[in-house]
Design a protein around this ligand. Structure first.
Ligand code: MLT
Ligand code: MN
Length: 299
């Protein structure tokens, strides 16, 4: 299987357009220790010919243009992209669907609740239903296409920001709106989980023995945005577990055996983005690979 990291940052990207924080300023100045990143997404193929996108970030057009395996190869109009699989309905997961509106056939895979959100919003009708098939993936039910088997499973998460109906913190749900993806070619098991509010025993045992896990790296510290005067939200309020701390990702993965673990969906406030930070050193010492746009993996 081939895996291309199209984007590695959380919503907003790095640098974020309206952030004047030191990390974003370094990224804007071209500091090689503060590499810019687009919003998270992968491309996966089992045969090098037909590709699946995992999530469609607002940066998708730029991501496709800079990735030759995803360029048209036949006739006057075509695409090696056979399908798009969604792990949620946040803006940074679905807005790039609008980039794919130029009458190109593909299959859009998502859970029932994510499809319900898309179906309720007429802007997504630009994906003509006569050529873009919307296919519901039942939770915990594998589906095979072009040599790849996909399975979506619920992880703890919250409703998308634009569907929050009050200022009160929405409760964490495990209802299939926020999901993880397992991709397999029959031999290797690869997980993509860009949003997760908590590590559960069930999730830990699911991940155990995986060949590769891309995992939610939104924040290093739950209150880092508040502490840096970047906003009033904690990671918990946004439905993301943090990397550090006793309930954090670093601690959780100490007892989960995974061959390669990659931090993805990093918010622009996360110091792990900076190659010269102590947090970067700590993550790498614990065996984590810090995701970068353009990374390629073959396994
Ligand atoms: C998230 O991951 O929490 C969301 O993408 C935030 C957002 O919608 O901007
Ligand atoms: Mn996000």
């Amino acid at each position: 299987m081939k895996i291309l990291v199209l984007g590695s940052a959380a919503g907003g990207g790095f640098p974020q357009w309206n952030s004047n924080a030191p990390g974003c300023r370094r990224a804007r100045l071209g500091d090689p220790a503060a590499l810019p990143r687009t919003q998270a997404g992968l491309a996966i193929s089992a045969d090098d010919k037909r590709w699946f996108l995992v999530n469609a970030a607002p940066d998708l057009r730029e991501q496709l243009n800079r990735t030759p395996p995803l360029h048209p190869r036949e006739g006057m109009r075509s695409s090696p992209i056979s399908g798009v699989i969604l792990t949620g309905a946040d803006v940074d997961v679905i807005a790039g669907l609008l980039t794919l509106r130029e009458r190109q056939a593909f299959t859009l895979f998502a859970t029932r609740s994510v499809h319900d959100i898309l179906n309720a919003n007429p802007i997504f009708e630009v994906l003509g239903r006569d050529i873009v098939t919307r296919e519901v993936l039942a939770l915990d039910t594998p589906e095979t296409a072009h040599g790849c088997t996909f399975e979506l499973f619920a992880v703890p998460g919250k409703v998308p920001l634009y569907l929050e109906r009050s200022d009160a913190a929405p409760s964490v749900q495990v209802d299939g709106t926020t999901v993880g993806l397992l991709v397999s070619d029959g031999q290797r098991r690869i997980f993509y989980i860009p949003g997760c509010a908590a590590m559960t025993d069930e999730l830990a045992s699911r991940l155990d023995g995986a060949d590769m896990v891309f995992f939610d790296g939104t924040l290093w510290r739950d209150d880092e945005m508040v502490a840096a005067n970047l906003g009033n939200k904690t990671g918990k309020r946004m439905g993301h577990m943090s990397f550090s701390g006793p309930d954090g990702t670093l601690a959780a993965f100490r007892s989960i055996a995974v061959n390669r673990k990659i931090i993805i969906h990093m918010n622009n406030s996360n110091p792990v983005l900076l190659a010269d930070s102590v947090e970067r050193a700590e993550a790498e010492a614990a065996g984590w690979i810090v995701g970068e746009d353009g990374m390629e993996f073959s396994l």
